[in-house]
Design a protein around this ligand. Sequence first.
Ligand code: 3PG
Length: 203
Amino acid sequence: MTLVEQLEKIKIVPVLVLNSLDEGMAVCTDLYNNGLRAAEITFRTSAAEEVIREASKRFPDMIIGAGTVLNVADLHRAFDAGAKFAVAPGFNPTVVKEAIKCGFDFAPGVCTPSEAEQAMELGCKFLKFFPAEAAGGTAMLKSLIAPYKHLGIRFMPTGGVKPANVESYLEIPEVAAVGGTWLNKCPVETIRAAAEIAKKYAK
Ligand code: 3PG
C-alpha cells in the first residue's frame, strides 16, 4: 500500500513537538491506544530523531513520520531512524530531490499554484498545504486543486486545522489526511474525538 493509501485510512495526523524520548513514548502510546495510528514528529526539538526511531520499533503498525524537515541532514536522520514519510512547511527543491533519490516519501509544503507546479515537476504527487487556514482555508485549497484534479495530486492541509474546521477539510476528496498540533500532548478525550471523526472519513 502506498503512503497516501495508508493515510487515506488514517485521515488525521497529530503534529507533535516532543521534548524527550519518555514524553514521545507516552504521547504515542496515548495516540495508539485511543485510535489515532499516525504521528508527525517534528524536528523542532533535539528529541525528534530518537523518538522516531523508538516509536517506529514499538508501534510498527503506526505511520510514524517526520515533520519540519528543513534540510538534507534532517531528511537523512529521519529516514535512517525509520520514518515512513517526511514533510516540511515549505518547498525546498534540494530536499525534495534528495528524498526522491532515497525513495523516501516526502511532501513539501505549498500554498500557491507556482509552488505546487514546481513540486509536481520534480515528481511530487503528495503535497502539504501549509499554512492552511492563513492561506485561505478550504476555499483556497479547492481553488488550488481545481486545475490539477486530473493529475491525481493529494494534499495534507495543516496550519490552523482544528476540531471546528477539520471536517470541512476532510470532505474534500483530494485531501488524503489533515495534520494538526491540537493533538500534541492533548487529553485522551481529544484523541478519541478526533479518532471518531477520522473513522467517518476513512477510505
Ligand atoms: C505544522 O507544522 O504542520 C503546523 O505547525 C501545524 O499547524 P497548527 O499548529 O496550526 O496545527
